[in-house]
Design a protein. Sequence first.
Length: 248
Amino acid sequence: MPQTLGLIGSGMIGTSIARLAVAADLEVVLSNSRDPETLADLVAELGGRARAATPEAAAHAADLVVAAIPLHAYEKLPAEALAGKTVLDTANYYPERDGHVAELDAGELTSTALLQRHLAGSRVIKAFNNITPHQLFSLARPAGAPDRSALPIAGDDAEAKARATRLLNILGYDAVDTGTLATSWRSEPSTPVYIQPYLGETPAMSVEDFLRWTLRTPGIVVPAAQVRKLVETAVRQQAGEARLPSDD
């Protein structure tokens, strides 16, 4: 079981994960692309189990690391500091935000496989990418709860998957193994398990209005059996087709 969770990226997804981790009695080391001092308010809110650092320091200090950054920033992740670590990747590919990546557009790679190539010395797992920030926090439940939801994970390393599964369990979710990094597209935007099951029907609105709307929506329980069925029905679409908003 991880004792210290490192977060590279402290936006809405990273903050929700940090809150769940602190509630589960984990130590949390937060970082972002700016200066650790910019996280002072969040650290104060989270309490004594949280501190801020640079991404390199967060990587070195952590037993397990969550990379909660937009895909276009993946090359800024400190590969040397993350060598030997299990890294959970929350990113999704949106060409309108990230710029077009030929290998992703052609379906030659998944976005997490692209990250794994950059982090050649790490064990990368796709996780936390198919749920909105507020629902990630509000739907968390203790192990064995009848209304517990599940989240998909994918990766090439069995030990890293086991570590990711343990983390999800600690934070309040069952994990559903969807395969390798090559098949991690099964939880990407435009697939059946992406966002909508945890929210229900979503009204058409801007990204900003959508995120505000999710704060008023408690979310819908999606148990492991349902996640498995949704993943099994996924058909690969052209990368970047989806326009659903996400905070990575």
